[in-house]
Ligand binder design. Structure first.
Ligand SMILES: *[C@@H]1O[C@H](CO)[C@@H](O)[C@H](O)[C@H]1NC(C)=O
Ligand SMILES: *[C@@H]1O[C@H](CO)[C@@H](O)[C@H](O)[C@H]1NC(C)=O
Ligand SMILES: *[C@@H]1O[C@H](CO)[C@@H](O)[C@H](O)[C@H]1NC(C)=O
Ligand SMILES: *[C@@H]1O[C@H](CO)[C@@H](O)[C@H](O)[C@H]1NC(C)=O
Ligand SMILES: *[C@@H]1O[C@H](CO)[C@@H](O)[C@H](O)[C@H]1NC(C)=O
Ligand SMILES: *[C@@H]1O[C@H](CO)[C@@H](O)[C@H](O)[C@H]1NC(C)=O
Ligand SMILES: *[C@@H]1O[C@H](CO)[C@@H](O)[C@H](O)[C@H]1NC(C)=O
Length: 630
């Protein structure tokens, strides 16, 4: 469905707050809270507590693997079907006689689906809505459902952390499970790892291509002040050919790991526990591929730190090895090569797999992009081209309470623009995937999947200033409506965090903003006059506008907000409005027109003098009123 088709939902916009988070600051009120329940939804046939999503960018369909079932949902054409994947003959000693589908991905141009198949991991090809047996799935799917798993497909190679045998294999390993020869990590490489995500970065020469994966593990530093967990990035060369000895021939020889640092420089608060990773590839060079790391600290607060693959690579190529004080051999540990790693180099790398330098975030202060009090579980990042031609990164963060926070990365921090409740009930979000081309989010709970558009511009109401001040890069003002940028049309938009009032044509053109709604006051020429605006919030700024020009800006030091006119001259007549602005939200508080004391009033006074006595009193009252006004 296209972005302009009518949304099939009802919503109420019940409150509006500001949430501007500069790096290091954490005011945590989302601007817009949207009890929005998805644009389109599909329900599972039964509750699915364990799901895997497969989605191809630009396609409206989503494949979901659940327990004994594969679901196909087409959000554009409402097409949907379910295919049973019941387990084969039940195996002995298996506690969970079900087939949890845990893997769906494109392998060699076809879709491969793998599941637990009652403790006998199995894979199937999935073509034209038909499944066909694709063989033993050990290493690609677990024996029983497991949260701690990573499977990474790169052409014909598949990397995985699933164990290959039901009973042995307690030590978690990262292996090349399919493709150019099996390799696995040494037993000492990781301590109780919790795997988060992996990626393959291609280089000019194939053997130089690297695999990076991200995980948490037990901190080897057991000192009382050290956190229990550390977050890591590990590297491996795609062209690794294993060791030369018989014991090491199946071991990765290029494994190294480093710590991902995410520390608030102001408080030294350490966000040590990696929760999720989102990779944003660069069109320019592999070095600029950005890695968004979502971390929490021991209090459950969250932070996002951004790293670059270039910096990660530099750390692995230049750092000393932790605990190894001899000079390094000329063939460095972790070096990719078309040759086998020399055994001496492998011996050192295997004994000292951690590099001393930590990977620091890319921004200047080596600081988190932001941190706050929410406990986020997942992160997604979408790039959107705003009206000014610049690309903005928009973060979608899933809270532990089942909300989505939408934030825009700005030059000096992030701007939180919306909180979305994707499901009718506040239930946890199990899975999230992004369609970068169609600008949609797919979110799954244990009962349903919903599609949420990224460009929900209707939410910003129907006034230009509300639309523009939302500073949502997906939205702009056009033809009396807050409109999506996905259309070949021009929009009014200004994402500057300074006031951007100038963009909108005029306040007076707003609906319900006719001359009648203004309060008229008659003011004599050359008199003193002031316009007074009440103060409602200490966080807001207040402004007086005269014919669309800002004539007075007030901040916390000016309360109430008064525009004082020393000597009313001809060009100061006209209409004034007082607007309060809190972050992205504006409100018109006072509308007043200064009307010149008309000539006919003097004539009436003259006539009044004929009725002698009262006239003098009337005049005195006027004079009195006039002076009292000051
Ligand atoms: C399925 O989940 C819903 C909401 O999470 C719950 O109300 C319902 O009882 C569950 N049904 C079953 C059969 O577990
Ligand atoms: C799923 O497909 C069936 C017909 O196959 C249709 O009746 C149903 O409305 C579809 N569900 C949704 C949510 O579109
Ligand atoms: C967008 O509109 C302009 C004129 O309004 C036209 O020249 C241009 O080809 C259009 N672009 C697309 C992609 O439709
Ligand atoms: C956006 O607003 C800023 C600050 O008010 C202003 O300097 C800038 O010119 C505006 N940009 C556009 C395109 O109107
Ligand atoms: C103020 O004056 C204008 C015309 O000068 C008139 O249209 C408008 O109704 C007046 N407003 C009120 C509230 O009387
Ligand atoms: C107000 O301005 C007029 C014209 O500039 C001038 O003649 C008059 O003296 C001024 N009045 C005061 C009180 O400054
Ligand atoms: C408030 O206004 C005063 C005077 O115009 C200015 O000196 C001060 O910097 C302003 N404060 C803020 C927070 O903008």
């Amino acid at each position: 469905m296209s972005a302009s088709s009518p949304a099939v939902f009802a919503f109420t916009l019940w409150t509006s707050y500001l949430w501007l988070l500069a790096a290091g600051h954490s005011r945590v009120n989302p601007r817009l809270i949207v009890p929005f329940q998805g644009e389109k939804r599909f329900s599972y046939e039964k509750n699915e507590t364990q799901t895997v999503f497969y989605h191809e960018d630009g396609h409206p369909a989503l494949l979901v693997g659940g327990k004994d079932k594969l679901y196909y949902f087409d959000f554009e054409n409402s097409g949907n079907y379910t295919e049973d994947f019941f387990p084969g003959k039940p195996s002995e000693h298996c506690d969970d006689q079900a087939n949890y589908l845990t893997f769906i991905d494109k392998v060699n141009d076809g879709i491969l689906v793998c599941g637990t198949n009652s403790c006998q991991p199995t894979c199937w090809h999935w073509e034209n809505h038909q499944k066909s047996f694709a063989g033993d799935g050990r290493g690609l799917a677990p024996f029983t459902p497991s949260q701690n798993a990573l499977v990474l497909v790169d052409g014909t190679d598949i990397y995985s952390t699933h164990k290959k045998h039901l009973y042995n294999g307690k030590i978690p390993r990262f292996r090349r499970a399919r493709g150019s020869g099996e390799l696995y990590t040494s037993d000492t490489a990781m301590q109780n790892p919790q795997f988060i995500k992996g990626t393959v970065i291609q280089r000019d020469t194939p053997y130089d291509g690297k695999i990076y994966y991200f995980f948490r593990e037990d901190n080897p530093d057991k000192s009382p002040e050290a956190p229990l967990l550390v977050s890591r990035v590990a590297q491996l060369c795609k062209g690794d050919r294993g060791g030369s000895g018989s014991l090491s021939s199946s071991k990765w020889t290029t494994f190294l790991k480093s710590t991902l640092a995410c520390v608030d420089p102001a408080t030294k608060g350490n966000f040590n526990s990696l929760q999720d990773i989102f990779i944003v590839p660069s069109e320019e060079t592999w070095k600029e591929t950005r890695v968004y790391g979502l971390f929490t600290n021991s209090w459950g607060d969250s932070a996002v730190c951004i790293y670059s693959i270039g910096e990660i690579d530099r750390v692995f190529q230049t750092s000393k090895l932790k605990g190894y004080n001899e000079p390094l051999p000329s063939f460095r540990p972790g070096q990719c090569s078309s040759e086998r790693t020399p055994s001496e180099t492998f011996r050192i790398a295997d004994g000292y797999p951690e590099v001393e330098d930590k990977v620091q975030p890319i921004n200047q202060k080596k600081a988190p992009l932001f941190h706050n009090k929410y406990h986020y579980k997942k992160i997604g990042v979408h790039e959107v081209q705003a009206v000014n031609g610049e690309t903005y990164n928009v973060l979608y963060l899933v809270t532990d309470k089942g909300y989505i926070h939408k934030m825009v990365e700005m030059p000096h921090g992030v701007l939180n623009i919306m909180e979305i409740q994707p499901f009718q009930n506040r239930v946890p979000v199990q899975s999230m995937t992004l369609d970068h081309i169609r600008a949609k989010l797919y979110l799954g709970s244990d009962t349903e999947v919903v599609q949420v558009p990224m460009d929900m511009c209707e939410m910003y109401g129907n006034s230009c200033d509300e639309c523009v001040l939302a500073r949502d890069p997906y939205c702009g003002w056009r033809a009396g409506k807050c409109t999506s940028v996905y259309g070949n049309w021009s929009l009014l938009q200004n994402l500057s965090t300074e006031s951007s009032q100038e963009v909108c044509p005029s306040y007076k053109k707003q609906e319900g903003d006719s001359r009648e709604s203004y309060h008229n006051v008659t003011v004599a020429v050359f008199s003193r006059y002031y316009l007074r605006c009440p103060v409602e919030s200490h966080y807001a700024t207040y402004k007086w506008f005269h014919n669309d020009h800002c004539v007075q800006t007030c901040n916390t030091t000016h309360r109430p907000c008064i525009h004082f006119i020393e000597n009313v001259t001809q060009d100061q007549y006209g209409c004034y409005i007082c607007v309060s602005e809190e972050g992205g939200y504006t409100q018109t508080l006072v509308k007043e027109c200064m009307v010149k004391q008309p000539e006919f009033m003097r004539l009436q006074w003259n006539r009044a003098t004929t009725t002698s006595c009262c006239s003098l009193m009337l005049l005195m009252v006027f004079v009195l009123l006039f002076f009292l006004r000051d």
